[in-house]
Design a protein around this ligand. Structure first.
Ligand SMILES: NC(=O)c1ccc[n+]([C@@H]2O[C@H](COP(=O)([O-])OP(=O)(O)OC[C@H]3O[C@@H](n4cnc5c(N)ncnc54)[C@H](O)[C@@H]3O)[C@@H](O)[C@H]2O)c1
Length: 290
């Protein structure tokens, strides 16, 4: 059992907290917004009840929840065996968080970031101990998705990289080793190539959003189509990723950001807002298109 500090209690942070607690780790879930960890705990409880009723987890939800405590500061970093940062995808924000974590956490504690696009090497530069900084890139919804990319920054030590692989396995997930630190890592670059083409084809009136998703599910065996995946991930996060990729001259990998920008402006950020490429009920169920 490890003591894990999770920084950021949004969509990804709450999912990672749930999976850590489900697999026996002790979790401190922290967010600067006091209401965020409370909302996360409600959502985790709901999800655990569902998994328990289906026999997917054996422990009662309340027992799992007892392993999670919440906070609005980083103090528990001093006692953490692992730190996973899942705050907003804003480079400067992550640099500040890592500078503070590096000051607080014991020097043997690995500092992981769940960034989708920012090179680990850049984040590590904010610390005095870059060898302990690595990427643990989870996929959402975390309780349902089996993959975690373990990303090695230029200065990440091999020992920390391998501890990352073992830690991911301890959470019941499958690690994929990303040996070189490139913006967007591996899976997001491949997904974005498909998503960019899908957005272009819909914009040209060649095909509908629904038909692309059906096609990728039935034709290529994807569990969800690219527009369904984007709605789940949140288009606001997607836009932050695209903006960062622009700053790295890598925006060619990503879809037309004007469309995503317009949708975010209109509040159509995906499932969490009840509308994105699709519409959803208050419980997050997709409303079938007419
Ligand atoms: N959404 C996805 O599918 C997905 C997948 C993989 C990785 N990621 C990455 O995970 C990270 C979080 O994404 P998300 O979708 O959970 O975003 P989110 O907007 O749902 O949650 C981000 C949380 O960070 C909190 N936060 C902001 N500043 C903070 C600070 N200084 N300290 C602590 N918390 C702070 C916010 O209050 C918010 O609750 C991003 O880096 C994103 O790129 C997202």
């Amino acid at each position: 059992m490890q003591s894990v500090l999770i920084v950021g209690a949004g969509f990804m942070g709450s999912g990672i907290a749930q999976v850590c607690a489900q697999t026996g780790h002790r979790v401190h879930l922290m967010d600067v917004k006091p209401e965020a960890p409370e909302k996360a705990i409600r959502e985790i409880h709901w999800s655990l009840k569902k998994l328990f009723s289906k026999g997917i987890i054996q422990e009662p939800p309340e027992t799992v929840l007892e392993r999670i405590t919440t906070a609005v500061d980083l103090k528990s970093a001093t006692r953490a065996d692992w730190v996973i940062e899942c705050a907003l995808e804003i480079a400067e924000l992550k640099y500040d968080i890592f500078q503070e974590l590096d000051r607080l956490a014991p020097v043997e504690t690995p500092l992981a970031t769940n960034t989708s696009s920012i090179p680990i090497t850049r984040i590590a530069k904010a610390t005095r101990n870059p060898e302990r900084v690595l990427g643990l890139h989870f996929f959402g919804p975390v309780p349902l998705m089996g993959l975690v990319e373990v990303v090695k920054g230029e200065k990440t030590s091999l020992e920390i990289f391998e501890r990352g692989v073992d830690f991911v396995r301890s959470m019941g997930k499958t690690p994929v080793r990303v040996q070189r630190d490139i913006p967007g890592f591996v899976m997001n670059r491949i997904f974005s190539a498909a998503f960019r083409e899908a957005v272009d084809l819909v914009a040209q009136g060649v095909v509908s959003v629904e038909d692309v998703d059906t096609g990728m599910r039935l034709g290529y065996g994807w569990n969800a189509g690219p527009f369904e995946i984007a709605d789940n991930a949140g288009l606001d996060t997607f836009l932050l990723v695209t903006e960062f990729m622009k700053s790295m001259d890598e925006e060619h990998l990503f879809p037309n950001s004007e469309l995503i920008e317009e949708m975010v402006k209109q509040g159509r950020v995906g499932r969490k807002a009840g509308k994105g490429f699709y519409s959803y009920t208050a419980e997050g169920k997709r409303i079938p298109s007419k």
